[in-house]
Design a protein around this ligand. Structure first.
Ligand SMILES: Cc1cc2nc3c(=O)[nH]c(=O)nc-3n(C[C@H](O)[C@H](O)[C@H](O)COP(=O)(O)OP(=O)(O)OC[C@H]3O[C@@H](n4cnc5c(N)ncnc54)[C@H](O)[C@@H]3O)c2cc1C
Length: 319
């Protein structure tokens, strides 16, 4: 909380909070997918990278990644590692989360490079998302406002230091296209983090505690009933921001010549957020362009990598 508000205080553009009008899949991810596919990219969804394929490059004598092994089909059970498909690659960007990159790094790299050993030292925090549907408007502060049949309340992402959920929003108000239901009320989404004390609790207990804190924050909502709830527990989520941990965060350029990392846990000047993830992606793209330009202008390199022609679909795989 302190980090966020300190940032908002010094960078005025950083304090603008916005929510999508509906579900992220439709309003954020779909346009990205369309953008990529329109430019010849191919997406392998739900195929998960199981391993990076590496070998020593004959020209440089350095280890390089020459592809990735992905699950053969999205319908295969997650635990079944027996069959994978190989996808060749000139260059790999691992834009995964902390548990994801820790699973992909081979042990030998950690022995050879402090860069990778440091990544293994990064920790994550558990996060629990609690959704509560009420039969009225929780964050509606104007007493006696007439019933208009519209969602009513605070139309923004909200923060509180007085509840275990540090961050919450009424999705029926902020993102009404998908979450407003005629005849029903607020859909509060409350994010509990760090959520260690809640992990061992059963869902009913988590819902009860969250509801009680909602009523504390909004006494005018005490006469409302919670009519539906949902709890999602993530044991390993965002990287843990603890004293001394920042130095273990990797830069986007890795010691493996053609492997780059992105993700909000990598070094970037923003908090672990969607904005931070985007910034890390831009830094990874910058590192790639710089390295390719260096390579192409180096006369000692026998077989410089030629940029793929724009029409080549197989040159851009997203997994
Ligand atoms: C409950 C909750 C609420 C949040 N609310 C906000 C908010 O309101 N605003 C905000 O800005 N940020 C919010 N955040 C933080 C934000 O979601 C993250 O900072 C952001 O998503 C990080 O983006 P990323 O691309 O680095 O990683 P992620 O979004 O975690 O994406 C990494 C992806 O890599 C995948 N992956 C891992 N291993 C592999 C593999 N081997 N092969 C293929 N895929 C793999 C993972 O499944 C995951 O989908 C919230 C986070 C949580 C948990």
């Amino acid at each position: 909380m302190l980090t966020i508000f300190q940032l908002f205080a010094v960078r005025t553009e950083a304090s603008q909070l916005r929510l999508l009008i509906g579900a992220p899949g439709e309003y954020m991810l779909k346009p990205m997918v369309e953008y990529i596919e329109a430019r010849g990219g191919r997406l392998h969804l739900r195929r998960g990278v199981r391993a990076l394929a590496c070998r020593i490059d004959e020209n440089s004598g350095q280890e390089r990644v020459f592809g990735v092994h992905i699950r053969q089909s999205a319908s295969m059970p997650l635990g079944d590692e027996s069959t994978t498909t190989f996808v060749p690659a000139d260059l790999v960007v691992a834009a995964v989360d902390v548990p994801g990159i820790q699973r992909l790094i081979p042990e030998t790299w950690c022995e050879q490079h402090p860069y990778f050993a440091n990544i293994m030292r990064l920790e994550t925090v558990p996060v629990i998302t609690v959704q509560l549907r009420f039969d009225g408007w929780v964050t509606e502060l104007a007493d006696g406002a007439p019933h208009t049949g519209q969602a009513r309340g605070l139309d923004n992402l909200l923060y509180s230091a007085d509840a275990d959920f540090s961050c919450f929003a009424d999705l029926a108000v902020t993102s009404p296209v998908d979450y407003y239901r005629p005849g029903q009320g607020s859909l509060l989404q409350c994010v509990i983090t760090p959520a260690e004390p809640y992990l061992r609790l059963v869902d009913a207990e988590i819902v009860g505690r969250t509801c009680a804190q909602v009523y504390e924050l909004f006494p005018s909502a005490r006469n409302l009933r919670c009519i539906w709830s949902n709890v999602v527990k993530l044991g390993q989520s965002l990287y843990r921001e603890k004293p001394g941990a920042d130095r273990f965060r990797p830069s986007q350029r890795s010691p493996i010549g053609n492997l780059y990392l992105a993700g909000s846990y990598t070094q970037q000047d923003y908090i672990d957020s969607q904005e931070g993830a985007v910034r890390s992606g831009r830094l990874a793209a910058l590192a790639i362009v710089e390295d390719l330009l260096d390579l192409l202008s180096d006369p000692s390199v026998k077989h410089p990598i030629e940029p793929a022609p724009p029409s080549s679909a197989s040159a851009r795989e997203f997994i």
